[in-house]
Write a protein that binds this ligand. Structure first.
Ligand code: ADP
Length: 164
C-alpha cells in the first residue's frame, strides 16, 4: 500500500491546501494530513479545531485521514511507517525553503523520508493561510479562499459573527 503524509499548519485550511490534498489522494492509497503542533507560533485555531475543520473539509475523500503531531516530522513518519511527505509549491519563494526542508528531512532520516512536491493549481497560487486571516481580520471577502463553513469559523474568531 502506498501511503503519504501531508504535514502543515493548516491554520486554517485553504482551497490551495484542499487542492493538494485531493490530488495527492488520487496518487496514494492512503494520505494522512497531519496538523503540526508548533509551539513557536500562536495560531488562530487550536490543533483540535484545525483537525475538526480538516475532517469536515475532506469528508468526501475516503482515503484521507486527519491526524496531528508535534516534534520532528521524521520521527512522526517513522512511527507511522510512512516514507513520503507531500508538500505544495506556490512560487519560487516557497521552493528555497521547501528544498532545504526536504533535504534536511532526507539527511536526518538517512534517506527514509522522501518529499514529493505538487505544484499549486494556478487559481490558488496566491493563497496562503496568513493572507486569508489578514483579509478576514478586516472584514474582507474570503469566499474564494476557503469553504463557506471555514469562513464562518474564521469570522467568528475575529468577532465578526457569521457574515461579513
Ligand atoms: P501556509 O501558512 O503557507 O499556508 P502551511 O504550513 O499550512 O503553510 O502549508 C502546508 C503546505 O501546503 C506547504 O507545503 C505549503 O507550501 C503548501 N501550500 C500552502 N498554500 C498552498 C497553495 N495555495 N497552493 C499549494 N500549496 C500550498
Amino acid at each position: 500500500m502506498k501511503a503519504a503524509v501531508y504535514p502543515g499548519s493548516f491554520d486554517p485550511v485553504t482551497y490551495g491546501h484542499l487542492d493538494i490534498i485531493r490530488r495527492a489522494s488520487d496518487i496514494f492509497d492512503e494520505l494522512t494530513v497531519s496538523v503540526l503542533n508548533n509551539h513557536l507560533k500562536s495560531p488562530l485555531f487550536s490543533v483540535e479545531e484545525r483537525v475538526k475543520i480538516l475532517e469536515e473539509a475532506t469528508k468526501d475523500l475516503p482515503n484521507v485521514k486527519i491526524d496531528c503531531f508535534s516534534g520532528l516530522l521524521i520521527d512522526y513518519a517513522k512511527k507511522k511507517d510512512v516514507h513520503v511527505a507531500i508538500r505544495g509549491l506556490r512560487a519560487i519563494t516557497d521552493f528555497e525553503y521547501e528544498l532545504q526542508l526536504a533535504q534536511t528531512n532526507s539527511k536526518l532520516s538517512n534517506g527514509e523520508l522522501d518529499t514529493m512536491f505538487l505544484t499549486t493549481s494556478l487559481e490558488y497560487a496566491y493563497l496562503s493561510s496568513s493572507s486569508v486571516k489578514e483579509i478576514a481580520r478586516f472584514h474582507g471577502d474570503i469566499s474564494m479562499c476557503v469553504p463557506a463553513f471555514v469562513a464562518e469559523r474564521i469570522y467568528e474568531k475575529y468577532g465578526h459573527g457569521s457574515c461579513r
